[in-house]
Design a protein around this ligand. Structure first.
Ligand SMILES: Cc1cc2nc3c(=O)[nH]c(=O)nc-3n(C[C@H](O)[C@H](O)[C@H](O)COP(=O)(O)OP(=O)(O)OC[C@H]3O[C@@H](n4cnc5c(N)ncnc54)[C@H](O)[C@@H]3O)c2cc1C
Length: 129
């Protein structure tokens, strides 16, 4: 009798564990998913959000020596941490091609246009200072 009870308990435990494993939600997409082909929607969403943030940063901050330096560090860090390997490669190559990093709407627009061009998107008319 005791043996049967133990066996029943062991079986129900195994079943519970198996059900728990099946019901575990999938892990979030890894950053590497962004190296997938152009159709990757995460890459698009991430790009739109990042561009919005970057354009807002340059238009909402007064340009001083301190903010310019913070901006430089921010862009430099972002280019190394951006969670999309293909974009990161473009990001760094484009930074190398720019003469410098400037916290201005014009610079950000030109920088964004470099990626637009690489992706065959329409170039945006940039403000001329
Ligand atoms: C640093 C970086 C590197 C990227 N590299 C890649 C890559 O290698 N491969 C890839 O597939 N995707 C890359 N992306 C994503 C890509 O740039 C787009 O964000 C994505 O394809 C969605 O495009 P979209 O047409 O919605 O407009 P987005 O380019 O995301 O732009 C959003 C909005 O900004 C406005 N806009 C567009 N251009 C300008 C401009 N020059 N100045 C001001 N406003 C503008 C428009 O109103 C546009 O709708 C990158 C994104 C970033 C931030």
């Amino acid at each position: 009798m005791m043996f049967k009870l133990c066996l029943l308990f062991a079986l129900s435990l195994t079943l519970t564990l198996a059900l728990a494993l099946v019901a575990t939600p999938a892990l979030p997409l890894s950053s590497d998913t962004c190296s997938c082909p152009e159709s990757c929607s995460m890459k698009e969403e991430l790009g739109r959000g990042t561009w919005r943030l970057l354009h807002m940063i340059v238009s909402h901050n007064v340009r001083t020596e301190e903010t310019e330096s913070l901006f430089y560090d921010f862009i430099d860090s972002l280019s190394q941490l951006y969670p999309c390997s293909e974009c990161q490669t473009h990001f760094r190559a484009n930074l190398r091609d720019m003469d410098q990093i400037e916290m201005t709407e014009e610079w950000m627009c030109r920088f964004h246009n470099m990626v637009n061009e690489q992706l065959d998107k329409t170039l945006y008319p940039c403000p001329v200072v």
